[in-house]
Design a protein around this ligand. Structure first.
Ligand code: GDP
Length: 451
């Protein structure tokens, strides 16, 4: 099993599970097979899935089983993407040399400028050295973007030896007491071996404190081999995944982390100078699995807060306390519907199925509308609940809530029982995430500390 396929495979397995009208042993077995093979037969996940299976055949708890399974997969992926290694942190009052490596087109030059801007904003005097003499126009690109970013730069139109340029540039900026000196290297050569040889030589000449591998989010299956090859030549200590604003979700980057035991430190999220986000495992995996991006959602909520401060404050508090009702979730969906292109926003809403992101914005928005119609057919007490009424079981242990309530809502909204069940399942996932986030060690806290 190629690690790069992980995200896609897991997603497929989990959507199949979500689509199943009843989660019985057969369905769980099939998912177990998919998920475990995708997770390289991870014993931890196997044990968790087994526990879910042994939890009995109570149909009323199907949604719960889905959640438990989802959480087991989620936790495992978070662990996978977090190699437990601390990346280098630049220190003030000394030169911190960062060397960027990666194949041409992955966004290396753009990311060098973004990094310089990032550190400059935090009080580090930053500069860029363009040591790419192979690509015509490389220095021009650095010059233009560095000028735009108001960052110092060094390069040459005449010197052809990249090692010499790198050494000269670093020496100059060290002398001028720059704090962060970023060396941009070439990403292509006539021969691959020449590229790696050049990297080794530049590394020896500038002695970087941190080497960063720049990877395109859409790398897919090639990630493992490519990152191993770079690790051997450049022994990078951090990874930056670029173009996370596009359709690719960066699943391949997980294999790069796993194969090289190196942390991801930033994500490139656009073509502009400020489009660089600090990496954090939970939101990354949430997005990969189609669980939404809580942090992004929070940020958008903050934007909304300026329009309706009291209401949004209340909502943020509920999110933090993990007390989100179906009605609150519905409100978030309709807020988001008013916020512009669905393709950009929808991926942030936890629990929205991947299918929503496919097709045109109009189609996406119609799908969101269907979700709203479903909630429109719920009673006030159902809306204000955490989904509890739908989980009701009768005296005989049969899941009454899931049958008559769901059927009623489906009829009322002109949708299907399956759609209503899916919506409930997605809401549950989202509510659980909010709850976990509210806990002492939840990532909401982690996120807050980060900012
Ligand atoms: P290099 O060859 O590795 O130095 O790549 P460049 O920095 O020249 O980038 C290649 C292309 O990718 C350019 O068109 C960049 O604008 C674009 N790019 C780089 N990073 C990002 C990103 O995070 N998001 C998007 N959408 N485009 C990016």
């Amino acid at each position: 099993m190629v690690l790069a396929d992980l995200g896609r495979k897991l997603n497929a397995a989990l959507s199949a599970l979500n689509r199943a009208p009843v989660v019985d042993e057969k369905v769980l077995d099939a998912t177990l097979k998919e998920v475990t093979s995708a997770l390289l037969e991870s014993d931890k996940v196997k044990a968790k899935v087994k526990a879910v299976l042994e939890g009995g055949g109570d149909k009323g708890k199907d949604v719960n089983k889905k959640n438990m399974l989802q959480k087991a997969v989620f936790d495992e992926l978070v662990a996978l993407v977090d190699p437990g290694v601390e990346p280098y942190k630049p220190k003030k009052g000394q030169p911190n040399i960062i060397m960027a490596v990666g194949l041409q087109g992955n966004g290396k030059t753009t990311t060098c400028t973004k990094l310089a801007v990032y550190y400059q904003k935090r009080g580090f005097k930053s500069a860029i050295v363009c040591a790419d003499t192979f690509r015509a126009g490389a220095f021009d690109q650095t010059r233009q973007s560095a000028t735009k970013a108001k960052v110092a730069y060094f390069g040459s139109y005449t010197e052809t030896d990249p090692v010499s340029i790198a050494a000269q540039g670093v020496a100059k900026f060290k002398k001028e007491r720059f704090d962060v000196i970023i060396v941009d290297t070439s990403g292509r050569h006539k021969q691959e071996s020449e590229l790696f040889e050049e990297m080794v030589q530049i590394g020896e000449a500038v002695r970087p404190n941190m080497t960063v591998l720049i990877l395109d989010a859409s790398i897919g299956q090639a990630a493992e081999a490519q990152s191993r090859a770079f690790k051997e030549a450049a022994d990078f200590g951090a990874i930056i995944v670029t173009k996370m604003d596009g359709h690719a979700k960066g699943g391949g980057a997980i294999s790069a982390v796993a194969a090289t035991k190196t942390p991801i430190i930033f994500l490139g999220v656009g073509e502009h100078l400020h489009d660089l986000d600090r990496f954090s495992p939970q939101p990354f995996i949430s997005k990969l699995l189609g669980l939404g991006d809580m942090q992004g959602l929070m940020e958008h909520m903050q934007d909304l807060a300026t329009q309706n401060p009291d209401k949004q404050k209340e909502m943020a508090k509920k999110l933090e306390e993990g007390k989100l009702s179906i009605r609150d979730w519905r409100e978030q969906i309709s807020n988001v519907m008013n916020m512009g292109p669905i393709s950009k926003i929808a991926s942030m809403i936890p629990g929205l199925p991947q299918e929503l992101l496919q097709g045109s914005d109009e189609e996406g928005s119609n799908r969101l509308k269907r979700m709203i119609y479903i909630t429109d057919s719920m009673t006030a007490s159902e809306l204000d609940s955490d989904g509890g009424p739908f989980m009701e079981v009768g005296k005989d242990g049969k899941p009454t809530g899931l049958t008559w309530r769901v059927t009623r809502v489906a009829k009322g909204s002109g949708t299907t029982v399956r759609e209503v069940e899916e919506l409930l399942c997605q809401y549950r996932m989202m509510a659980n995430m909010a709850k976990n986030a509210g806990g002492k060690n939840g990532w909401f806290q982690a996120m807050q500390k980060m900012q």
